[in-house]
Write a protein that binds this ligand. Sequence first.
Ligand code: HEC
Length: 121
Amino acid sequence: MKHSALCRPLQGLFLTLLLALLSSHVFAQEAPLTEREALQAQVLAGVCASCHGTEGRLSGVIPAIAQRPASVLESQLLAFKRGETPHTTVMERLARGYTDEELALLARYFAQPQAYRPTQP
Ligand code: HEC
């Protein structure tokens, strides 16, 4: 019993890494966001900015997320949502509030070179 309780977080980590590897392979080519997708993503990403910085680039205790490959961000977010990432503070609860499609969109959004420009004219 004790053994499996210890292994579970490790399994989650392993799955996350495996997912990241697999999806980065499959989705190596990123399509740019359409105007509509970019608008939707900006609304969804507003809440992320309060912790991850306005462009997802804040450095410090909270990890920066901007401009990482979308496939990596997506698998991290899905792993949070499914409770597969051990020792999270807020991301597990947060990620549950989004559909898988919204998480994929957020991942593509933060992966862009010019991620999150709230004051664009
Ligand atoms: C209340 C603060 C807060 C908000 C809001 C927030 N995050 Fe996070 N995020 C964190 C913290 C803290 C971590 C580290 C994992 C943990 O403790 O949950 C993290 C980790 C992450 C990671 C993994 C980064 C890594 O290298 O491990 C990603 C990806 C991420 N967040 C994306 C997002 C997205 C997308 C949003 C908006 C939907 C968001 N976060 C909103 C605090 C926040």
